[in-house]
Design a protein around this ligand. Structure first.
Ligand SMILES: [Zn+2]
Length: 104
């Protein structure tokens, strides 16, 4: 078995690697965020989701209303529009679709 975490940070080649491993009998378990802070597909995740045999979507709890959170809201603090800001986990909040949209 091979486990890969934070798959959203890998490049698109990860999909080929996972498929080759699976073809040779290796059980591959991949975890990662499906969307970035803009609500857009994140890295190789849409490709991995399309070739996976099984998908389990886990959700956090929205920090605003307590419903299931599907989005990562990034609080504005700088002028940065980079997709990835490492080491700034305190700037991200789990939010449901409604709370994400109201405050985005
Ligand atoms: Zn909410």
């Amino acid at each position: 078995m091979v486990g890969i975490d934070e798959a959203q940070f890998f490049d698109l080649d990860l999909t080929n690697v996972c498929e080759r491993l699976a073809l040779h009998g290796t059980r591959v378990i991949v975890a990662g965020l499906d969307m970035d802070y803009l609500g857009k597909p994140f890295g190789p995740m849409p490709y991995l989701l399309s070739v996976a045999e099984y998908i389990t979507k886990l959700h956090a709890i929205c920090v605003k209303c307590g419903q299931l959170a599907t989005h990562s809201y990034r609080r504005p603090a700088t002028d940065s529009h980079a997709q990835i800001e490492l080491g700034s986990t305190d700037r991200y909040e789990a939010r449901c679709r409604v709370c994400y949209t109201e405050h985005a």
